[in-house]
Ligand binder design. Structure first.
Ligand code: 5AD
Ligand code: SF4
Length: 436
């Protein structure tokens, strides 16, 4: 039998999809690229930004009619939109067979069997105290060099704009024993780089109690023989401890790169966002990171047009770009999420203003990104070879420790190796080099 799976959103969703495919493979499903030939179609949804419902309903508009031609076909919606809407999705789309929430991934194979046998739709969206799918080990695609390993899920921070705590539930950490065993198994199968994944990795081990903390977890992963590189994402600035900053100077395999979402540069906006830090406190964390590892590369998330954001507030965000000089910035227009505190705030900013601020921000950041890349011209970088380049025969693509993408020519058989590359040219978002 064939399953066709479409995934929207963040890395957490991508990992959930890999887990789904792994569980379904054990139940006799093979992944396929063609929805018209599938026996099971799953849409794994995201509701963090944009207009998620529109996307889901338009996908359902494409896939539900296929049921007429393939009477056995089961169509399912999972992920954050499923969590939020539950059975209400089936009231809008009566042909939708299965709705499963973010804590129900492990139950999907059995639910599909039940739906097929009973011909009754099902919706499972309860939050559970423990999340069994946390320990499902996703199969890696053939030739994978780098892998994501989930260490915790959920978020207790309730930033005022964010839907995640409502759709992913409370923070819940996996045991360190399961995490370390998964990474050892990955390394024995040829994985060289691991990124520890969670909505808020700094909270690792807080719930359930009794586990080691995040820095100790990093230390233990760093000691796994054969692992060449270690990264993690995402970190909340308010929880970035001095010990974690210091770890960048101490752990041999921890790469000099951190994604540290700032969201806004104005203290008044940060307060209304409920972020728990000021711009000065954020800059102090950046300074601590740079003391530990002067070459550390930074990336961030920024929101423009949060309710009440004045031009002067926005200017503070622009100032922070100049002060930090990030390598990469993911920037978004604020978009109200129903049920969050910020959606009800006065002073919603008109879309034209948001658009214009986003444009200015991205324009300036493009220049900074380009300047940071140009500064690497002539340097020698250790590159982990991740695969053949998209363009050009005999070309490879890999990443520097600071997470910059490098394309270069080289002989066959380099996949998965660490090679020295001299950077010859900076492009807009990547580097070109030659083997040194
Ligand atoms: N509007 C715009 N951006 C948002 N993000 C989260 N919620 C919203 C929202 N309501 C952004 C934040 C977060 C990233 C994953 O998505 O910047 O860090
Ligand atoms: Fe959302 Fe804030 Fe939690 Fe990040 S820390 S997932 S922005 S509530």
């Amino acid at each position: 039998m064939k399953v066709y799976l479409e995934t929207y959103g963040c890395q957490m969703n991508v990992s959930d999809s890999q887990k789904l495919l792994t569980l379904l493979a054990a139940a006799g499903y093979e992944a396929g690229e063609d929805p018209a030939r599938a026996d099971l179609i799953i849409i794994n949804t995201c509701s963090v930004r944009d207009k998620p419902e529109q996307k889901v309903f338009s996908a359902l508009g494409r896939y539900l009619p296929l049921k007429k031609r393939r009477p056995g076909l089961v169509v399912a919606v999972g992920g954050c939109v499923a969590q939020q809407w539950g059975a209400a999705l089936q009231r809008r789309c009566p042909d939708l067979d299965l709705v499963f929430g973010t804590h129900a991934i492990d139950r999907v194979p059995a639910l599909v069997v039940a739906v097929r046998e009973t011909r009754q739709p099902a919706a499972v969206t309860d939050f559970r105290e423990e999340i069994p799918s946390l320990d499902v080990v996703p199969a890696q695609p053939p030739g994978a060099v780098a892998a994501f390993v989930t260490i915790m899920q959920g978020c207790d921070n309730y930033c005022s704009y964010c839907i995640v705590p409502y759709v992913r539930g409370r923070e819940y950490s996996r045991t360190s024993a399961a995490i370390l065993a998964e990474i050892r198994a990955l390394v024995s199968r040829g994985i060289k780089e691991v990124t520890l994944l969670g909505q808020n990795v700094n909270s690792y081990g807080r719930r359930p109690a009794g586990e080691i903390g995040f820095v100790e977890l990093l230390r233990r992963v760093d000691g796994i023989a054969g692992l060449a590189r270690l990264r993690f994402t995402t970190s909340h600035p308010k929880d970035l401890s001095p010990a974690l900053a210091a770890a960048f100077g101490e752990l041999e395999h921890l790469c000099p790169h951190i994604h540290l979402p700032l969201q806004a540069g104005s203290d008044a906006v940060l307060r209304r966002m409920g972020r728990g830090y000021t711009a000065a406190e954020y800059l102090e964390k950046v300074a601590a990171l740079r003391r530990a590892r002067p070459d550390i590369a930074l990336s961030t998330d920024l929101i423009v047009g949060f309710p009440g954001e004045k031009e002067a507030d926005f200017q503070r965000t622009m100032d922070l770009l100049e002060e930090v000089r990030y390598d990469t910035v993911y920037s978004f227009k604020y978009s109200p999420r129903p049920g969050t505190r910020a959606a009800a705030l006065a002073g919603q900013v008109p879309d034209e203003v948001k658009k214009e601020r986003l444009r200015r921000l991205q324009q300036r950041q493009d220049e900074i990104t380009a300047a940071n890349l140009r500064a690497l011209e002539g340097s020698r970088q250790e590159v982990l070879v991740e695969g053949p380049a998209k363009k050009g025969a005999g070309r490879w693509v890999g990443r520097t420790p600071g997470n910059r993408i490098v394309n270069f020519s080289g002989p066959a058989g380099l996949l998965g190796s660490l090679v020295p590359v001299k950077i010859t040219r900076a492009l807009r978002h990547s580097l070109q080099g030659e083997l040194d």
